[in-house]
Design a protein around this ligand. Structure first.
Ligand SMILES: [Zn+2]
Length: 200
């Protein structure tokens, strides 16, 4: 005679373990991924003007300030796309002080690159996807330029004060309060959300 069969799932204790270092790092990338524009960065910021507008609005929400003296007495040199401070005479651009400064790459490259870096890390496929040669092919730039783009983006996106990451992440990510207190629950919730969203 066989005794009552207990359902293993019902009696099993929840798996308690710590997140690995890789998983912990991936959580930040997943949050950033979920904050990307719903239709993708290309659709949200379709050209250089849209990217520059976004940068300007985030950097100077209360109007453009001189990067040297903070004066708001600032003009714009349309042809050269430069601001000029009438107080200290400093000329600067919307990218001054960001990783895109002095880059020959257009601003939209930085935006799209940020989306690619965030997406690959969120999906856990960064090593396979973010090779210098892969990015060079994808963007039609030299290997050296692609490699540098990736390195600078990684630094910028990893830093809380990074300038590009905050610009491409436009949506608030609200983690349900009932899972927010457990790292493990949060990780799997985020992973489910990332899988549910098709890559742009
Ligand atoms: Zn100034």
């Amino acid at each position: 005679m066989i005794g009552p069969v207990t359902c293993p799932a019902a009696t099993r204790k929840p798996i308690m373990r710590r997140l690995t270092i890789t998983e912990e790092a991936r959580m930040d990338w997943m949050v950033a991924f979920l904050a990307l524009p719903a239709g993708g960065v290309r659709a949200e910021f379709p050209d250089e003007i849209a990217c520059a507008d976004r940068l300007r609005a985030m950097r100077w929400p209360h109007g453009v300030h001189s990067v040297r003296c903070q004066s708001t007495d600032v003009g714009f040199l349309e042809l050269r796309k430069l601001y000029n401070c009438r107080n200290c005479r400093r000329q600067f651009s919307v990218t001054s002080g960001t990783i895109a400064h002095r880059s020959r790459l257009e601003l939209s490259f930085w935006f799209i690159g940020a989306e690619d870096v965030i997406t690959a890390h969120a999906q856990g496929v960064a090593e396979a996807l973010l090779t210098g040669h892969g990015l060079a092919d994808r963007y039609g730039v030299s290997y050296a330029a692609a490699y540098r783009l990736k390195q600078l983006l990684m630094q910028d996106l990893a830093a809380p004060s990074g300038l590009i990451g905050a610009r491409v992440c436009v949506r608030d990510v609200i983690i349900p309060p009932d899972i927010a207190s457990s790292d493990l629950d949060r990780f799997f919730w985020l992973a489910d959300q990332v899988i549910a969203l098709r890559p742009h």
